[in-house]
Every structure is written in C-alpha cells, then in structure tokens.
Design a protein around this ligand. Sequence first.
Ligand code: PEP
Length: 249
Amino acid sequence: MRRPMIAGNWKMNKTPAETKALIEDLKAIENRSGAEVVVCPMTVSLFAAAEALKGSEIKLGAQNVHFADKGAYTGECNAASLKELGVEYVIIGHSERRQYFGETDLTVNQRTLKALEAGLKPIVCVGESLEQKQQGITNEIVCLQTKVALLGVTAEQLKDLVIAYEPVWAIGTGLTATPEDANNTIRAIRGAVEEVFGAEAAQSLRILYGGSMNDKNAHDLMAQSDVDGGLIGGASLVAEKFAGVINFN
Ligand code: PEP
C-alpha cells in the first residue's frame, strides 16, 4: 500500500517570515486524507520552516542539493547542512533547474546519490517538453530520465525515493495532463523501474503527478490507480488551496 504524498514546491517564494506565517496556517488544516504532507521552501527559509514545523506532522523538504560534500561551489547547498536543519526530503531535477540552471540527467543522478548517501529522501522530477509530447515520445523521455536518475541507486535506497512526473508544458501554465494520460505515463515510469529493480520494488515506489494540480483537479488525478500524490507549485502557496489538495478525497 503506497501512502499518498502531497508536496508543496514553494519555488522562489516566501521570505522566512512569510514561510513561518504560511506554515502556521497549514498546521491548522485538518488532514482528512491521511496523505504525507511535505513543504519545500527556499533554502534561506528552511531554518524558519524547521522551527515553525516543530511538533507538526508536516515534513520539511528542500528544493535542491549539491552532489559534493563541500567546497568551492558558490551559491550551492550541501546535504549535511540540509540534514542538520531537519530536512527530510529534497526535490531533485525539477524542470526549472534543468531549464535555467543547466541541470542534466547526469547531475540529477549525482545529486540523487548524494542525497541518499546523506540520508535525505529524493523527490526526483522527470517530464517531457511540449515538443516531445507532440512528437509522441513522452514515455521514452521520462523512462530514460528515470533510469539515468536511478543509476547506482540500491534496492534498499529506492525505498526512500519518490519520483514526480511533471510534464514541463503543464508546470505553472494552468494546463494539466488528463488523469488518464498522467496515469498512463506514470505506469510507464513504474514499468521502467520494474525493469531495473523488479516488480515488488516498482509497486512500492511512490510516483507523484505535478503540473498545475490544484484543489479543483486533485480528486480526479488522485483517483487514478498509479498516481500516488502530487507535487504542487502555485496552489501550495495559498493555505486554502493547498488544504483542498491535501484533502483530495
Ligand atoms: C512544480 O513546480 O513542481 C509545479 C507542479 O508547479 P505548478 O503546480 O504551479 O504547475
């Protein structure tokens, strides 16, 4: 049985003070779905978030982690610091990192391995561009991204990992994959994981959908057999909307 996960990616929004305020609002929400709830603030807001989340069931995630332990990587953040702050999850390979910051399948793999080594749980993002969708190669793209991201990951480590299928054309655009399309692509990703790790491991792996998921469409997306949760951008910045996603049922 895969426990649903609803994770909020706050991107470059919410100062430390705003982070604290939003978390106070989120703590007041009744979680009726039983989903694991995660919030991923900016790096600079993680400390404030960790303080505000004390005693709460809501988990803390980061938006990136570097693949080196430490050193001359100006502007980056290492896994040890995230652990020290109480971070549990880390988003890796978000399409905005791939698009604007030169992230590749290979660096996604490096970051994934480092996160796991440090005891962080990666939320690895994969997804096709609009052009790739139009060419009909969505499954090939996301399966390749998945397999490269997981190179060198052990079966034991896979238990701590989550994949987020995020069609690039759906992120922040208001366009959403149909529930059926999202489910079919996620099934393809699960199939790729099965090829490497076997059926049992693939069936235990949580695979989220992300891309303009909100309080209005979460129910239909979550009703699909293979959609195990959501990675939510815009709708996670407003407590009432995020509450609607958390309580998707
Ligand atoms: C995201 O950034 O991961 C995302 C899914 O954004 P949005 O929900 O705004 O499309």
